[in-house]
Design a protein around this ligand. Structure first.
Ligand SMILES: [Zn+2]
Length: 387
């Protein structure tokens, strides 16, 4: 037996508790996060939310103002008598991040400031089909350099991240698969972007639907939701699942990949992943256009919208196509919801609100009983481009 009568110095240090400076820095970060995510907030509201006294809030905002991260101003209208509480507003331009979105049809790069303000943005349309890493990294790096050259010298880039529609390794930013984008596996996307940008910051890469789920939870319709299922649909079907406030990553980081969940075994359509009857194969854009007899050179949002418009005009083939895809979407969308019982579902895609099966149970062998607890019908997401 070993009895340690003289604990190591770190243990003594750990028992000492945080210093005044550490508490101040923590509170500065917490206040900045409040206004970054919640937008302009009065000092009185910050006092309530953070549980600190007025003089501490005043000192913290003074420090953040001196650092150029917030500014204080009089509220426009209070409707109350007495001296109004100053409003603390994020200064969007002082610090920023670069955000990249790689899509099947387009690639977007943006410089985003505090408060989520888009300060600069570039976009390029691309042909569909597989392409090399250089064809992804090259244009995005060029966009970032263009935007970086336009920044003021007193501004600071504090982070770089990219969203990719495929399986991305949990910790390494390696694209493990991207059935609708790249034909090769294990593409070191994060490493190559970091090298090409040379900003001195590592580039974080994640699955697009996973990041969208986090975004909705952080500043979209999922604010306050501890459990959330997010579905995104265009060419493929992506998903992000948040359980008890945490993104469901799974062992390799591919959690929430609902698009390749098999919903129609045996007679299902061939999926880009090689399986039969994946949700993506049954409800993706191609499935809809083929069912409507409209699959051809014209694809994308406009082609999907044309099917919806035709259905609205009474075209029975278009109506049947939407109904078929909607039924499978209803079935597939229900699978992650049933065991997880999320407080919220968010749906984003080409025309989610137009698919009649969204929110329905979908085809079932038996409709004898309503399940004991079905989460409420999904709602459209708030963030991302309006479709
Ligand atoms: Zn598949």
């Amino acid at each position: 037996m070993i009895i340690d009568s003289d604990p190591p110095k770190e243990s003594k240090a750990m028992r000492a508790g945080p210093s005044q400076e550490e508490i101040r820095r923590h509170n500065l970060g917490a206040l900045l996060r409040h206004v970054h995510l919640g937008g302009p907030t009065s000092r009185a509201e910050l006092t309530n939310r953070m549980g600190l006294n007025r003089s501490t809030i005043m000192a913290l905002t003074a420090d953040l103002t001196a650092a150029g991260l917030v500014r204080e101003e009089l509220p426009r209208e209070t409707g109350r008598a007495g001296r109004p509480s100053l409003v603390v507003r994020p200064e969007s331009a002082r610090v920023y991040v670069f955000a990249f979105d790689v899509g099947v049809d387009r690639m977007v790069a943006a410089r985003v400031g505090l408060g989520g303000t888009i300060l600069d943005r570039r976009e390029t349309v691309r042909r569909r089909g597989s392409f090399s890493m250089e064809e992804i990294v090259g244009p995005l790096a060029a966009f970032a350099r263009q935007m970086h050259r336009r920044t003021r010298p007193d501004t600071v880039c504090v982070g770089v991240a990219a969203a990719f529609p495929g399986g991305v390794g949990r910790d390494d930013g390696i694209i493990r698969f991207g059935p609708n984008m790249v034909t090769v596996e294990d593409v070191p996307f994060a490493e190559e972007m970091t090298r090409r940008l040379a900003f001195g910051l590592p580039v974080a890469v994640g699955n697009d639907a996973n990041l969208a789920a986090l975004a909705e939870q952080t500043r979209g319709v999922g604010v306050g939701c501890r459990d959330l299922v997010y579905l995104h649909g265009d060419v493929g079907i992506g998903g992000g699942v948040i359980v008890n406030g945490q993104l469901l990553g799974g062992h390799l980081g591919f959690g929430g990949e609902v698009g390749h969940m098999i919903v129609n075994p045996g007679r299902g359509r061939l999926c880009s992943c090689g399986s039969l009857g994946c949700l993506e194969a049954e409800v993706g854009e191609r499935a809809l256009l083929e069912a409507a007899g409209r699959f051809g050179p014209k694809v994308g949002v406009d082609a999907v919208r044309a099917v919806v418009d035709a259905a609205d005009r009474g075209d029975v083939v278009a109506q049947a196509a939407l109904s078929r895809v909607g039924d499978w979407l209803g079935l597939g969308g229900r699978q992650p919801r049933q065991p997880l019982q999320p407080g919220d579902d968010r749906v984003r895609g080409h025309a989610p609100g137009d698919l009649p099966g969204v929110g329905r149970p979908g085809p079932q062998p038996s409709r004898r009983r309503r399940p004991a607890a079905v989460p409420r019908a999904p709602a459209p997401a708030h963030l991302g481009p309006r479709r």
